[in-house]
Design a protein around this ligand. Structure first.
Ligand code: OSB
Ligand code: MG
Length: 403
């Protein structure tokens, strides 16, 4: 089969209100500024979601920068390269993605998606922008082949366990009300955002609410420094699953010191940029659990490599989230169905974020599937983008890049 040729790339910018403000140690969001990438090839179409936020606070990447780098550099390069590769070189070697668990479980048959990272490698950084393009190409390619993302990734489950990430609340009472609501909905794990001044007291109160067996973890989004190691180690008293990214992205050394000072596993998020940084952080003892966010790692294909590497090292992983719409969520849920994802993810239902989603909503199951989301089984991401809604919610006309 000839590789598909990319005919057009459209960038759609949407502002989607959150059902409640989401506050972290780095800021407060009331609206999700979404950048969607729509790729049209000669054999089908696909959608990808960029996870960059409105501001460069969680990461150096932010949505205006991602849109700009795609429009000016990445999009034109991808269109030009695919024109060239399809006419001159024929098929691309996808062996780099064929880290199979067994024959046919992964499939090496996504040559177009597998070539995106190398085509775009001439641009430094900008992983979230690159990851959105790769996701759209992957969706298009899999739809053309009639294969679901779960099938292509090597999913081993039909349903995934869901946790929920709970923002910093105005008061302790409001936090407890919010957490109680999520428990009632069935979420299998609670993650509390913490920062200096909002840590021991809310964590203790939520532990009390959940009881000793409730799964609970915390995420500091780099808000602490080495002086806080004793305070963070005192979180051991609350039986947490893990402490996520207390120190700066570049600061593996202080994470190693904390890991040596406490019983609770240390888990890196911001610091893990690709499979190389993941293995390095594990080798150094800076992380014993890994938060996998495909956007932060430049795409699903690199996320699969991180999953495989962690699995080989017996390091548990879980799927993080970036307040995605149904487009990014669908792919995250497919990824979270892989065998190394042994902890519940930040893969919450659509309703935890938005009153209305741009795809059919993801809803928690009931009965045996309480607190779980079902892995989409139809081709590509398996969800349908409500294009009319995308147009209605767009704050500006789409940017269209063509051959
Ligand atoms: O650190 O995991 C994080 C959202 C935006 C940026 C960073 C993070 C988060 C979350 C939300 O915790 C997870 C979700 O999508 O539910
Ligand atoms: Mg985090």
């Amino acid at each position: 089969m000839n590789d598909p040729v990319i005919e057009r790339i459209e960038l759609h910018r949407l502002e989607v209100p959150l059902v409640r403000p989401f506050e972290t140690s780095f800021g407060r969001e009331t609206v999700r500024e979404v950048l969607l990438v729509h790729v049209v090839t000669d054999s089908g179409e696909g959608w990808g979601e960029c996870v960059a936020g409105r501001d460069p606070f969680y990461s150096g990447e932010y949505v205006d920068g991602a849109a700009s780098v795609i429009e000016r550099y990445l999009g034109p390069a991808l269109i030009a390269e695919r024109g060239r590769a399809a006419t001159e070189h024929g098929s691309t070697d996808a062996a780099s993605w064929a880290t199979t668990d067994g024959p046919g479980s992964r499939g090496a048959s996504v040559p177009l998606a597998a070539s995106v990272a190398s085509t775009l490698a001439f641009v430094a950084g900008h992983r979230m922008a690159k990851g959105a393009l790769e996701a759209a190409v992957l969706d298009a390619e899999l739809r053309a082949q009639g294969r679901s993302m779960g099938e292509a990734f090597g999913a081993t489950r039909d349903w995934v366990d869901c946790g929920v990430s709970v923002g910093i609340a105005p008061t302790l009472d409001e936090l407890l009300d919010e957490v109680a609501g999520y428990v009632e909905e069935g979420y299998r794990r609670i993650k509390l955002k913490i920062k200096p001044g909002w840590d021991l007291v809310p964590v203790g109160a939520v532990r009390e609410l959940l009881g000793p067996d409730g799964l609970l973890q915390v995420d500091a989004n780099t808000a602490y420094s080495a002086d806080d190691i004793p305070l963070l180690a005192s979180l051991d008293a609350f039986g947490l699953l893990l402490i996520e990214q207390p120190f700066a992205e570049e600061d593996l050394a202080t994470h190693v010191r904390l890991a040596e000072a406490c019983e609770t596993p240390v888990c890196l998020d911001e610091s893990i940029l690709d499979v190389m940084t993941a293995i390095d952080a594990i080798d150094r003892g800076a992380t014993s659990v890994v938060n996998i966010k495909p956007g932060r790692m430049g795409g699903y294909l690199e996320a699969l490599r991180v999953h495989d590497a962690c699995r080989a090292l017996d390091v548990p992983v879980w799927c993080g989230g970036m307040l995605e719409t149904g487009i990014g969520r669908a792919a995250n849920v497919a990824l979270a169905a892989l065998p190394g994802f042994t902890l519940p993810g930040d893969t919450s239902a659509s309703g935890r974020y938005f009153a209305e989603d741009v795809t059919e909503p993801f809803m928690l199951g009931s009965g045996a599937h309480r607190g779980q989301l079902e892995v989409p089984a139809t081709p590509g991401t398996g969800v349908t983008v409500r294009e009319q809604l995308v147009r209605e919610w767009a704050g500006r006309p789409p940017v269209v890049l063509t051959r």
